[in-house]
Design a protein around this ligand. Structure first.
Ligand code: PMP
Length: 460
């Protein structure tokens, strides 16, 4: 029996019934899945889309606000929200308007417009970092900041917390095992030895952090203020302040990836908790779901970047390739949408509602788990909640992973999907958007209650 306290046989029995129910209710999905198998590798446009809990891909017809409708006509309350890409709801009205406005005005030109200036100003005001750059994905933002960090410090090693995820950034495709850094299991086509320049320590472990910084070869610590991709691990009181102090003392730059923790408030954890990163990265919802990401830096970093550029261009005859940038970065469409998002979508009023709904959900989840006497726990981070199959919230990535019970998680998710509710796959994360109502939250709680009752009624 895993730490979930649920017998595998009960999970298997619930899952079998739910898979059949899904197949019975989704003839059109089945039809598209059959066609897709001939045209798309694995029957999906991105291979991990076949890893959801459903026996076939759930094909979406349309989405709006907190809801989407599948091709079989079933409506869902969406608590996954594109794993944060649609954290402010699907197609928010200001983004739809921005798309229409820009549609006939040019989509990409490799040149800036006024929107870029406004976005830079708004980002500086929001996060307290003066200088900004724009990329297409959060992965890119992280990759480029790592380049800057190495150029600035002249060091090669990147430090990460075990269980992190920062996009498909090579340096972060590592895990910690018995105090050593190893390649992340499941990596495909990896040629370079990543452990040469990446080092991993457990979250919430200051002694390990200090030891990892001690050789003086660490360019940057790339981290989220809380781990959000291996379940959820919150920082212990004082941990992040000590992280800042130790990195500063070691001459190591601190990069905060706020791509998920932007759920905390308009300025992310950086503003909410008065953090002082050298760099901040943010992607996913920053342009309302249109591909776009940003990174910001302090004045000192900007100065050092300028020097690094000068040095590189002397070597590159004035127009060298920096190893950063993609052609569509900061394109006119993305910039117009980001401006609309910063001005009219990611507002304090939107957050006030999202946080209230998430608090209602977290309280409801705790009451539900207590009622069923389940040894599980609930973590919250602004608009984001996570329930985990362990009695006390995990302190690091290894503890969070030990609480995984994949078959149980998949069975519960599928039960919810079959009753019109979607939560984030691969862990138990929920997001509330400005369109999520109290009734939506209560519906999730009621259906989960039903699922747990059904599961616990199956003889183990
Ligand atoms: N940073 C964090 C914290 C993330 O969770 C993710 C994606 N889940 C990324 C970066 C990468 O985002 P993208 O896949 O949009 O590049």
């Amino acid at each position: 029996m895993s730490s979930s306290g649920i017998a595998e046989s009960a999970v298997a029995s619930l899952a079998a019934g739910e898979r059949q129910r899904f197949l019975d209710r989704h003839p059109r999905c089945a039809e598209l899945a059959a066609r897709a198998r001939h045209a798309l590798f694995g029957g999906v446009p991105m291979h991990w889309m076949s890893d959801w809990s459903t026996p076939l891909p759930l094909f979406v017809e349309r989405a709006q606000g907190a809801r989407f409708v599948d091709v079989d006509g079933h409506e869902y309350i969406d608590f996954c929200l594109g794993d944060t890409g649609s954290m402010f709801g699907h197609s928010p009205a200001p983004i739809a308007q921005a798309l229409r406005e820009q549609a006939g005005n040019g989509l990409t030109s490799m040149l800036p417009g006024e929107d870029a200036v406004v976005c830079g100003e708004l980002l500086a005001e929001r996060f307290g970092l003066p200088y900004w750059q724009v990329t297409t994905t959060a992965t890119d933002a992280n990759r480029f900041v790592l380049r800057w960090a190495r150029a600035i410090t002249g060091r090669k090693v990147i430090l990460l917390f075990d269980g992190c995820y920062h996009g498909t950034v090579d340096e972060a495709m590592v895990r910690g095992r018995d105090g050593r850094t190893v390649h992340r299991p499941g990596l495909i086509g990896q040629a370079r030895n990543l452990t040469q320049h990446s080092r991993v320590v457990p979250f919430n472990d200051l002694a390990a952090l200090e030891a990892a910084l001690a050789p003086g070869d660490v360019a940057a610590l790339l981290c989220e203020p809380a781990l959000t991709n291996i379940g959820m691990v919150l920082p212990e009181p004082g941990f992040l302040a000590a992280v800042r102090e130790l990195t500063r003392r070691a001459g190591t730059l601190l990069i905060l990836d706020e791509t998920h923790t932007i759920s905390t408030g308009p300025g992310g954890c950086t503003r909410a908790w008065s953090l002082e990163p050298d760099f901040l990265t943010l992607g996913k919802p920053v342009a309302g779901g249109v591909p776009c990401a940003v990174y910001g830096c302090s004045a000192a970093m900007a100065q050092a970047m300028q020097l690094a550029r000068q040095h590189a261009s002397e070597q590159g005859h004035g127009h060298g390739h920096s190893g950063m940038g993609t052609t569509l970065s900061a394109n006119a469409l993305a910039m117009h949408c980001m401006r609309a998002s910063l001005e009219r979508v990611m507002t304090p009023a939107a957050y006030a509602h999202m946080l209230a709904m998430a608090a209602r959900l977290a309280a409801g989840l705790r009451a539900l788990l207590a009622r069923h006497a389940l040894p599980w726990s609930v973590n919250e981070l602004g608009a984001r909640c996570e329930f985990q199959f362990c009695a006390t919230p995990p302190q690091n990535g290894a503890e969070a992973e030990a609480a995984f019970h994949d078959s149980l998680q998949q069975a519960l998710h599928l039960y919810l999907i079959n009753r019109g509710i979607l939560i984030t796959p691969f862990h138990n994360m929920t997001l509330c958007c400005p369109d999520t109502s109290a009734a939506d939250v209560d519906r999730l709680l009621a259906v989960l209650d039903e699922a747990l009752s059904a599961l616990l009624a199956i003889p183990g």
